[in-house]
Write a protein that binds this ligand. Structure first.
Ligand code: FES
Length: 150
């Protein structure tokens, strides 16, 4: 058994109702749910891995990929959607070589879309780590997200 899981499971009894709190603890530790940890949950609780995965996908709080050092959340709420959020996401994907919901190879950037960020008057918006970027245009994408030079 994975030694981190040994520690995480120590306060649980292995009941089905432990699945969600176990997944929450794993996500707090890793920032996402690694596959091998979901396997450990499945063994510990005695349900299939697909059942654990099914529970995890039901809740939007859970992530299945790690976050990059810079985590970009582009708003896809109504105001941002009509202001071109999809084009912004495509622009970021092209510029950084990362797909929505994924992280770059160097773990520098992760990209995801989210619901309304609460600053609709400044659409389209994105949250970059803890900072709101507003009125983003395609031109801003290169300026906001620099690629690391090797
Ligand atoms: S819809 Fe994007 S901030 Fe509200």
């Amino acid at each position: 058994m994975h030694e981190d899981f040994e520690e995480i499971k120590s306060t649980y009894k292995g009941k089905k109702s432990d699945i969600i709190p176990l997944l929450q603890d794993i996500q707090i530790k890793y920032g996402y749910l690694p596959g091998e940890m979901m396997q450990e949950v499945s063994r510990f609780v005695g349900v299939s891995k697909s059942e654990v995965f099914g529970v995890a996908t039901f809740y939007s709080q859970f992530r299945f990929t790690p976050k990059g050092r810079t985590h970009v959340m582009v708003c896809k709420g109504t105001a941002c959607h009509v202001s071109g959020a999809d084009k912004i996401i495509e622009g970021i994907e092209r510029h950084l070589g990362v797909k929505e919901g994924d992280v770059t190879f160097d773990m520098e950037y992760s990209l995801e879309s989210v619901g309304c960020l609460g600053c609709c008057a400044l659409a389209p918006c994105a949250m970059v780590n803890d900072e709101i970027k507003s009125n983003i245009s395609l031109k801003d994408v290169k300026r906001l997200f620099s690629k690391r030079k090797n």
